[in-house]
Design a protein around this ligand. Structure first.
Ligand code: ADP
Length: 317
């Protein structure tokens, strides 16, 4: 990375507590399955990406919301332990911290129910203030993921543009409100299903998008919105498309055994943001993000396999 020590990133997005039960099989409707234990991990796309960016060497502020419960305290303690600044996080009284209830079967297949809790209470005004303070701090990138109050997503996108801070939006999920402001951020980072969703929901979408390749769709979207589109393609790495339609394919990193792809996209986004904030050019930043994300899929859990700056640097040699 050009200068990871100088990279400053603000991440706006969701934080969850993931409660994971491994069972012999997934439950049918109305059925109870019993596993030997329950594991609790920090999760949520925003908080995961904040951890990935911090491990990659950036100074990271995270803006989101937790409830005034023990889960919230635990989630914030985990972020602090990773060196993420949590001063912009709201603790919302009388609301639960966001939680994901996850059952995993022996093949790795899962079933997930998410309770948004405080993530659905992220206050747009608070987000605007956090972006403004990030501008004064000298943030080189604002990374926004969309599992929070839609109005807070829109507020973050507009505030980053007002303050001229380069802005990356991970459109997961593609919110109706986000579609209205899609041409404002500098970079969109959909995965392949989000790319299809974005393409279908932007104004001049043709009716025949089913027949287009991902590359054709990404080029059309980038030209139409005049933004950079980086599509994450799982084992196929990422595709970087600039607003003029120029496309560069970046391969995934080598992986011995894929153990768990949870959080791969979050790792990509966090490391991309850290690398951009450090002054790397777009394709270099995408390469670092893809390489880091591939390292993360060799480990169980969203955050366990997220690499350090040293590991990312070694892989880049
Ligand atoms: P999301 O988690 O948002 O759906 P992807 O599945 O596209 O995102 O993964 C993001 C990045 O993680 C990929 O671009 C790639 O670098 C890495 N990755 C994901 N799955 C694999 C895999 N099976 N092998 C190698 N790298 C992977």
């Amino acid at each position: 990375m050009s200068d990871p020590g100088s990279a400053k990133v603000l991440v706006v997005g969701a934080v969850n507590v993931d409660l994971v039960v491994s069972a012999d099989r997934l439950p049918q409707p109305g059925e109870t399955v019993v596993g030997p234990d329950v594991a609790s991990h920090g999760g949520g796309k925003g908080a995961n990406a904040a951890v990935a960016a911090a491990r990659a060497g950036a100074a990271v502020r995270y803006c989101g919301a937790v409830g005034d419960d023990e889960m919230g305290a635990a989630a914030l303690a985990e972020l602090s332990d990773e060196g993420v600044d949590i001063a912009e996080v709201a603790r919302v009284a009388g609301v639960s911290t966001g939680a994901a209830l996850i059952v995993v079967d022996p093949s790795g297949e899962n079933q997930i129910a998410v309770g948004s809790g405080a993530n659905a209470r992220v206050d747009p005004d608070r987000v605007r203030v956090a972006v403004s303070r990030a501008a004064d701090w000298g943030a080189g990138c604002v990374l926004i993921s969309t599992e929070i109050t839609p109005r807070a997503v829109v507020a973050a996108v507009k505030a980053a543009a007002d303050k001229r801070i380069p802005c990356v939006v991970n459109p997961a999920p593609v919110l109706d409100e986000l579609v209205e402001v899609l041409s404002i951020p500098d970079i969109l980072t959909p995965n392949s299903s989000e790319l299809r969703d974005l393409y279908a929901r932007t104004p001049s979408a043709g009716a025949d998008h089913g027949s287009l390749t991902e590359t054709e769709m990404a080029i059309a979207l980038a030209e139409r919105l005049e933004v950079t589109v980086i599509v994450t393609l799982g084992a196929d790495g990422v595709l970087v498309v600039d607003p003029a339609g120029g496309a560069t394919s970046v391969p995934a990193g080598p992986v011995e055994t894929v153990v768990d792809t949870t959080g791969a996209g979050d790792t990509f986004n966090g490391v991309l943001a850290a690398s951009l904030a450090a002054g790397d050019d777009l394709v270099v930043a995408a390469r670092r993000g893809a390489s880091a994300a591939s390292m993360s899929v060799g480990h169980v859990g969203a955050r366990t396999g997220m690499p350090t700056a040293e590991a990312i640097e070694r892989a880049a040699l």
